[in-house]
Design a protein around this ligand. Structure first.
Ligand SMILES: [Cu+2]
Length: 467
C-alpha cells in the first residue's frame, strides 16, 4: 500500500477488516496468524429445528447456526468485532446473545434482542484473551439455554498458544424431557425437570451420537491434540475426563495459565477449559463426564479413534489371561454405548401434533411457563374459545396472538407466532385433542368445521414492507 495512505489509515485508527471463519462442532477455525488487531465481522443466525438427541430420540433445538453447540467463533485479543445476530423468519421466538467475551452490560444481550425475521448489530472490543461461552439470555433464559442456545468464542491471546496437529470443539449440555433417557420420538422440553435439575440427557455436542461410530474424533499416534471444551449447562457442572489419556496441559476455566498432568478437569456451567494431550499410542479413547452415571445412562460419551502404530512399551495390551481362584472376583465391564430403553411412542394423533406444534411454549401438560406462556390446561380463556368462539381459536393458531390477555386470573402479554404446517384435517385433530384433554371439555372439531371457520376469517392485512 502507498505509504502516505497507510499512515493516513493508521492515524485515523482504521483497522483492516475481515470476516470471521465460523465452524460447526467438532471443528475449530484455523489459528489466526495476523499479529495486529483487525475489525472482524461475525454473522450468526438463530435456527429452531428438530434434531436427534439420541438414537431415535428427537428434540426441538434452538440453535446458533443450526448446530448444538452453535458455531465456534475465533477472534484475536484486541480485535473489534462487528456482531450480527439474525433470527430466521421461520423461527417462533425472539432471541438474543450474551457473549462472556464481551465487556459491557449483558454481554450484548439487550443490544441483540431480535424478533423472528429480523437481524441486529452491535460492536465490541475483545479486551481479554481466553475461551468464553456465549448463550441466549431471552426469557425464560433457562429454557433457551436448555434448548441448546450456547457455544464458544475463543479470543486468541496476542501470544498464540503453540501450534498443535489437531484442534476440536466439544461442549457438554444437559437436556430435560418428560420421558427418561431413550424414549423414542419427538420429546418435549420439561420445565419441571429443568427446575428440579433432573436431566434425562447429558450429552456432548447436542447428541448422545455426536462423537461415536463414524463421527468419532480422529487422530494418529504421535500427534498433539487441543480440545476447546465448554459447558452450556444450563445446570450441571462437568467433570471432564478422557479415558486412557492424561491431559499434559489444562488451561483451567478457559484462562491463559496452564496446569500440567491433569486427569479430570472441572468445567462449570457457563465455563470452559482448554485441554492438550499427545497421542502416545493407538486405540479408542473415551470422552466422558466422570459423574459417570451421566455417561452410561444419559449419553455423555464421545470417542477419539487414534490410529497406530501402537507403542507396546507405553501400553502392552492384554498380556496374560489365566484362571485365578481367589475370593469372589467381581468382573465389571464397561459398555461402549449407552443402552437405550427402546419404548416406541410414534402416535400420529392429536397429542403428537400438540407436542410438535404447541408444547415447546405451552409445555407438555399444557401447564405453560409463568410470566411467558399461558396455560392451556384447564384454561378459562381456552374454554370460552372452544365452546363459544371456535372461529377465534382457529384464528389464534393460524395467525398467532399478541396483546394483554387474562388466563385463570393471571395476566399475560406475550407474542404467539402463527403455527404453520397444519391442514384442516390436522388442525381439527389437534384442536379436538387440546380442547378435550388437559382438563378441558368441548365438542370435537371436524375438518369440515375447521375449513368453514378458516374461510370465514377476515382477510389478513398485507404485511408492511421489508426491513
Ligand atoms: Cu433464545
Amino acid at each position: 500500500m502507498h505509504v502516505a495512505l497507510l499512515s493516513l489509515l493508521l492515524s485515523t485508527g482504521a483497522l483492516p477488516e475481515e470476516k470471521a471463519v465460523l465452524t460447526d462442532p467438532p471443528n475449530v477455525p484455523p489459528p489466526i496468524t495476523r499479529t495486529t488487531p483487525a475489525k472482524v465481522l461475525v454473522e450468526l443466525e438463530v435456527v429452531e429445528k428438530v434434531m436427534q438427541l439420541a438414537d431415535g430420540v428427537e428434540y426441538t433445538f434452538w440453535t446458533y447456526g443450526g448446530t448444538v453447540p452453535g458455531k465456534f467463533i475465533r477472534i484475536r485479543e484486541g480485535d473489534t468485532v462487528e456482531f450480527w445476530l439474525a433470527n430466521h423468519p421461520n423461527n417462533k421466538l425472539p432471541h438474543n446473545i450474551d457473549l462472556h467475551a464481551v465487556t459491557g452490560p449483558g454481554g450484548g444481550a439487550a443490544s441483540t434482542f431480535t424478533a423472528p425475521g429480523h437481524k441486529s448489530r452491535f460492536t465490541f472490543k475483545a479486551l481479554n484473551p481466553g475461551l468464553y461461552v456465549y448463550h441466549c439470555a431471552t426469557a425464560p433464559v433457562g429454557m433457551h439455554i436448555a434448548n441448546g442456545m450456547y457455544g464458544l468464542i475463543y479470543v486468541q491471546p496476542t501470544k498464540a498458544l503453540p501450534k498443535v496437529d489437531r484442534e476440536y470443539y466439544v461442549v457438554q449440555g444437559d437436556f430435560y424431557t418428560d420421558a427418561d433417557f431413550g424414549q423414542k420420538g419427538l420429546q418435549p422440553f420439561s420445565m419441571k425437570r429443568a427446575i428440579d435439575e433432573r436431566p434425562s440427557y447429558v450429552v456432548f455436542n447436542g447428541s448422545a451420537l455426536s462423537m461415536v461410530g463414524d463421527r468419532a474424533l480422529k487422530g494418529k499416534v504421535g500427534e498433539s491434540v487441543r480440545l476447546f471444551v465448554g459447558n452450556g449447562g444450563p445446570n450441571l457442572v462437568s467433570s471432564f475426563h478422557v479415558i486412557g489419556e492424561i491431559f499434559d496441559k489444562v488451561y483451567t476455566e478457559g484462562g491463559t495459565k496452564a496446569q500440567e498432568h491433569v486427569q479430570t478437569t472441572i468445567v462449570p456451567a457457563g465455563g470452559s477449559a482448554i485441554v492438550e494431550f499427545k497421542l502416545d499410542t493407538d486405540g479408542t479413547y473415551i470422552l466422558v463426564d466422570h459423574s459417570i452415571f451421566r455417561t452410561f445412562n444419559k449419553g455423555s460419551l464421545g470417542m477419539m479413534k487414534v490410529e497406530g502404530p501402537g507403542k507396546k512399551d507405553i501400553y502392552s495390551g492384554k498380556e496374560v489371561d489365566e484362571v485365578y481362584l481367589g475370593d469372589e472376583a467381581v468382573a465389571t465391564s464397561l459398555k461402549a454405548t449407552p443402552s437405550a430403553s427402546a419404548v416406541s411412542s410414534a402416535k400420529p394423533d392429536g397429542k403428537a401434533l400438540y407436542v410438535s406444534s404447541c408444547a415447546m411454549c405451552h409445555q407438555a401438560e399444557g401447564q405453560g411457563v409463568p410470566g411467558a406462556f399461558p396455560p392451556l390446561a384447564k384454561s378459562d380463556f381456552l374454554d370460552t374459545l372452544a365452546n363459544k368462539k371456535r372461529g377465534e381459536l382457529v384464528e389464534i393458531v393460524l395467525r398467532g396472538k399478541t396483546g394483554k390477555i387474562t388466563v385463570n386470573g393471571v395476566e399475560y402479554n406475550g407474542v404467539m407466532t402463527a403455527v404453520a404446517g397444519l391442514d384442516d384435517e390436522k388442525l381439527a385433530t389437534l384442536l379436538t385433542w387440546v380442547t378435550s384433554s388437559m382438563g378441558n371439555k368441548a365438542p370435537a372439531f371436524t375438518a369440515d368445521e375447521v375449513k368453514k371457520l378458516r374461510e370465514a376469517l377476515p382477510e389478513l392485512p398485507k404485511p408492511a414492507g421489508g426491513h
